[in-house]
Write a protein that binds this ligand. Structure first.
Ligand code: GDP
Length: 170
C-alpha cells in the first residue's frame, strides 16, 4: 500500500491531522511499546483507495538542539519509508526557522512533498499564505485539521501522488 508520512516542526497540528485522516474506525498501532513514541501506523482510506499513514513521532519540546535533531530524524524516516510526504506548517503563526530546517531536509528527497498550511479555520486565506512559497514546495494547501476544512481537497492531492502499481485495495 502507499505510505503517507506527516512531518513538520512541533505544534503545527501533525497529530490532529493524522487523527483526522485516520477517522475513527481504524485502530492505531504503535510499533515500539514502552519507550518514547517512535512510529504510529494507521490505515487511511479515500474514494475506496487504502493507504498506510505513518506518524514518525511526537517531538517533546525540550531544548532547541534536541528539537532540531528530532525533526531531522523524523524527516529522514519519512523520506525513507513513505511514498508521499505531508509537510505541515502553521497558518496562524506563519513561517518559522524550524519550518525552514524541515524544508531543507525534505529538499533532498525525490518523493512528492505536499505543503500543508494548517490552522486555517475559516474561508479566508492565511495572512502568511504567500510566505510559504519560500519553502520551495509549490502551492500550499490550506486546511483546518481541527475543524476539518480542506481535508477532502488534501486527500484528492494525496491520492493523485500515489505511485503507479501499488495495491490500494482493502
Ligand atoms: P503536533 O505537535 O504537530 O502534533 O501538533 P498537535 O496536533 O498536537 O496540535 C498542536 C496544537 O494545535 C493543539 O493545541 C491543537 O489543538 C492545535 N491545532 C491543531 N490543528 C488545528 C487547527 O486546524 N486549528 C486550530 N486553531 N488549532 C489547531
Amino acid at each position: 500500500k502507499p505510505i503517507v508520512a506527516v512531518v513538520g516542526r512541533p505544534n503545527v497540528g501533525k497529530s490532529t491531522l493524522f487523527n483526522k485522516l485516520v477517522g475513527k474506525r481504524i485502530a492505531i498501532v504503535e510499533d515500539t511499546p514502552g519507550v518514547t513514541r517512535d512510529r504510529i501506523y494507521a490505515e487511511g482510506e479515500w474514494l475506496n483507495k487504502y493507504y498506510t499513514l505513518i506518524d514518525t513521532g511526537g517531538i517533546e519540546p525540550e531544548s532547541e538542539d534536541i528539537i532540531l535533531s528530532q525533526m531531522r530524524t523524523q524527516a529522514e524516516l519519512a523520506m525513507d519509508m513513505s511514498h508521499v510526504i505531508l509537510f505541515v506548517v502553521d497558518g496562524k503563526v506563519g513561517l518559522t526557522n524550524d519550518d525552514r530546517e524541515v524544508a531543507q531536509m525534505l529538499r533532498r528527497t525525490k518523493k512528492p512533498v505536499l505543503l500543508v498550511v494548517n490552522k486555517v479555520d475559516n474561508k479566508d486565506k492565511s495572512e502568511h499564505f504567500y510566505d510559504f512559497y519560500e519553502l520551495g514546495f509549490g502551492d500550499p494547501i490550506e486546511i483546518s485539521a481541527s475543524i476539518g476544512l480542506g481535508i477532502g481537497d488534501l486527500l484528492d492531492e494525496i491520492v493523485d501522488k500515489f505511485p503507479e502499481g501499488l495495491d490500494t485495495e482493502y
